[in-house]
Design a protein around this ligand. Structure first.
Ligand code: COA
Length: 144
């Protein structure tokens, strides 16, 4: 595995692999309803994947959010967690946000994952709320 982060769109064959990994992580592992895992923002989003051969082992998506960018659907295959792939994905998001002149990067973090995002410069903003039965907190990383 090279660990290279590949930007793709939803017409890429690797998008199917990204959806497969997201299904495994969010729907099977975390019991998020399948009908909300893929939403209307997916088709136009910028997706990123890390491949092991042909298999997608890590993914995230970025969508426009006013003068900021919103990161979502961050998922690393279970057996590869803790090896730095999540960090590399978020570092790529930060690079993309800087290159596009975005004011900030925002995301809705699962509360359990907030320490991971804090390490990448995100800070919690506002109350904890429920999304798909999982407690979430809004987190922001200002770029300017
Ligand atoms: N709690 C506390 N610290 C965490 C953490 C967690 N849940 N997950 C990662 N970290 C820390 C690591 O220890 C590491 O710290 P270090 O740099 O001091 O060594 C740092 O964050 C980077 O870790 P990394 O190995 O890059 O994280 P990862 O590849 O395991 O990816 C997730 C993190 C959350 C994306 C991954 O665990 C995952 O896919 N989880 C399931 C899906 C999910 O919950 N996604 C988030 C939705 S908001």
């Amino acid at each position: 595995m090279t660990g290279e982060i590949l930007p793709i769109r939803s017409d890429s064959p690797h998008y199917v692999g990204a959806l497969r990994l997201r299904y495994e992580v969010f729907v099977v592992e975390q019991a998020v309803p399948a009908d909300i895992e893929v939403d209307e923002l997916d088709e136009g989003a910028q997706h990123f994947v890390v491949l092991d051969g042909d298999e997608v082992v890590a993914t995230m998506r970025i969508v426009p959010y006013g003068d900021a960018l919103k990161v979502g659907r961050v998922a690393v295959r279970k057996d590869l967690r803790g090896t730095g792939l999540g960090r590399r994905l978020l570092e790529e998001a930060i690079r993309v946000a800087a290159a596009q002149g975005a004011r900030a990067l925002v995301l809705n973090a699962q509360v359990a994952a907030a320490p991971f995002y804090r390490k990448l410069g995100f800070v919690e903003e506002g109350p904890i709320f429920d999304e798909a039965g999982i407690p979430h907190t809004r987190m922001v990383r200002r770029m300017t």
